[in-house]
Design a protein around this ligand. Structure first.
Ligand code: XMP
Length: 517
């Protein structure tokens, strides 16, 4: 199967481009720009997409990348340059780049000037998403101008004798309405790539591959309650038999309501025979006593989690079970760092690394390492994992501890758990749960005056946060209906003891984060 290589020049774009290509049923992988010059198996490459990036062409030494790009073009491998990639392509072909003269940010209107397969089926005037300060000032020889922006910037060109195209705008973002159509045109009409990537149907294949990899011994797995670790565990169990998989759920006491039971039931239903729920809630609470700083909470929880897990692993081993493998629900974005910073995946990784350090003698099994979250959801659905788990919002490893600002106590946990449940229930009730990225409640460490019945109260506040996001790198507060907020607020102040005020967090990421810790 030919793949589309997305050369990553940093910024936050590469994963989104790779996902879009996969949504169009072609396999894609990310290649960090510094590895583009390494040994490529050209026969496997169906097309190259050059991603956007934060740098300025004239300031960066891209000699090596340029040389490989020249070779790519010579081999007649179709190239699509996006934003920085568009400028790089123009520069390699002999065009000129102007620094910072014609900046464009946000929605911008373009006009398509000629008929070309790239813009097939697309009306001439379009709104696209721009985010650039440099631009292509003059086209290379042998290039044809395809589209201009309303500000006179070259929005797209093609190089006539090769299969190379550049677009200054971002087809991968939702704000570019014709984005998917352009990518589809590129993949079908320019690169002639067949549609052959259907990840949800790959469960049987993953199981077969696991079978060849896991030849002897048994597997240990840490199940968190989320869809990734559960799916990875169930796939492994299908491959080597439910009796050879030991699934461990560390109940930190920081999980959402019903989460442990839900995971346990799903594992049992899928045929996993050895399920261990380690109730460590009292222990975690005692370790978190007096701790207010969010990073300290995270560190303590990660370390205690790893310790509980390791202790149990050695108990199992000393009882004569031949553990040889450690199953993890690592997914593609956890594994392939893109230029972006501040994503949850850094933290997920540090969590994993701690476990790995301690259970280091086990061989790692990561059945989902090739897949994006939506693809994992498809696989999970096909395996019969309940919809309530498949569609679950992301949840931080340290759980409710970071949705409580200030000290984590039993009472605080109770409040946070109830408030979170109400937000989730109401989002589902309004049919919005699956449309937003995440919705949750945060217990604030402030008290204020209110009236309850005839009395004045002096109680805590809860912040509700519902965000929309593509990839957790950026996020926008969701404009949920006012009635939903009213319902959530009224339920929280009535049903959660000690709360007399509810606030809605309207901050974007950046500058805030998605979690409110
Ligand atoms: P932030 O708050 O950094 O979060 O904007 C980005 C995304 O990552 C999730 N998140 C985590 N996920 N372990 C996880 O598995 C963690 O420690 C963690 N911290 C944040 C967060 O919920 C959001 O979706």
């Amino acid at each position: 199967m030919k793949k589309v290589l997305v050369v990553d020049f940093g910024g936050q774009y590469a994963h989104l481009i790779a996902r879009r290509v996969r949504e169009l049923n072609r396999f894609s992988e990310i290649l960090p720009a510094k590895e583009y010059g390494g040994s490529l198996n050209w026969d496997e490459v169906g097309a190259i997409v050059l991603s956007g990036g934060p740098d300025s062409i004239n300031e960066k030494d891209e000699t090596l990348v340029k040389r490989i790009l020249e070779e790519t073009i010579k081999r007649r491998i179709p190239v699509l340059g996006i934003c920085y990639g568009h400028q790089l392509l123009a520069a390699v072909l002999g065009g000129e780049i102007a620094r910072g003269k014609r900046k464009e940010y946000g929605s911008t209107s373009i006009e398509i000037l000629v008929e070309d397969p790239m813009f097939k089926g697309i009306p001439k005037k379009q709104i696209v998403w721009m985010s650039h300060s440099d631009s292509v000032a003059s086209l290379p020889r042998g290039a044809e101008l395809l589209a201009m922006t309303e500000n006179g910037v070259i929005a797209s060109f093609r190089h006539i004798s090769s299969l190379s195209y550049g677009v200054q705008f971002h087809p991968e973002v939702k704000h570019t309405e014709i984005g998917m159509r352009i990518l589809e045109n590129f993949l079908t009409l320019i690169a002639s790539l067949e549609k052959n990537w259907y990840p949800k149907d790959r469960a049987a294949e993953i199981v077969a591959i696991l079978r060849t990899k896991i030849t002897e011994g048994e597997a240990l797995s840490a199940v968190s309650g989320g869809v990734d670790s559960l799916t990875a565990t169930i796939l492994t169990s299908k491959a080597i038999g439910g009796e050879k998989v030991h699934a461990v759920i560390v109940d930190t006491g920081l999980l959402r309501e019903g989460e442990v039971e839900e995971a346990e039931n799903a594992l049992r239903k899928a045929g996993v025979k050895n399920i261990y729920v380690l109730n460590r809630s009292t222990h975690f609470l005692s370790k978190l006593k007096g701790v207010e700083d969010p990073e300290s909470k995270r560190r303590i929880i990660a370390e205690e989690f790893a310790e509980a897990f390791e202790e149990f692993a050695s108990e199992l081993a000393s009882s004569g079970i031949k553990l040889k493998y450690l199953v993890q629900g690592t997914i593609y974005p956890d594994r392939i760092e893109s230029g972006a910073v501040g994503s949850g995946s850094d933290r997920i990784k540090s969590h994993h690394n701690i476990i790995m350090r301690k259970v280091g003698q086990l061989e790692l099994v990561e059945p989902l390492a090739e897949f994006y979250k939506d693809e994992v959801r498809g696989i999970a659905r096909n395996l019969g994992i309940p919809e309530s788990i498949v569609t679950k919002h992301p949840f931080p490893g340290p759980g409710l501890a970071i949705r409580i600002l200030g000290e984590v106590t039993e009472e605080a946990l109770e409040k946070a758990r109830k408030a979170n449940k109400i937000v989730e229930e109401e989002l589902r009730e309004f049919g919005l749960y699956e449309k937003v990225w995440q919705g949750f409640a945060v217990l604030l460490p402030i008290k204020s005056v209110g009236v309850k019945g005839d009395r004045r109260s002096y109680e805590q506040a809860v912040a509700v946060r519902v965000v929309e996001s593509e990839d957790a790198m950026t996020a926008f507060p969701s404009r949920v209906p006012w009635e939903l907020l009213e319902k959530i607020s009224s339920r929280i102040v009535n049903e959660v003891p000690g709360i007399n005020r509810v606030l809605y967090d309207i901050t974007t990421k950046p500058p805030a984060t998605i979690e409110f810790e």
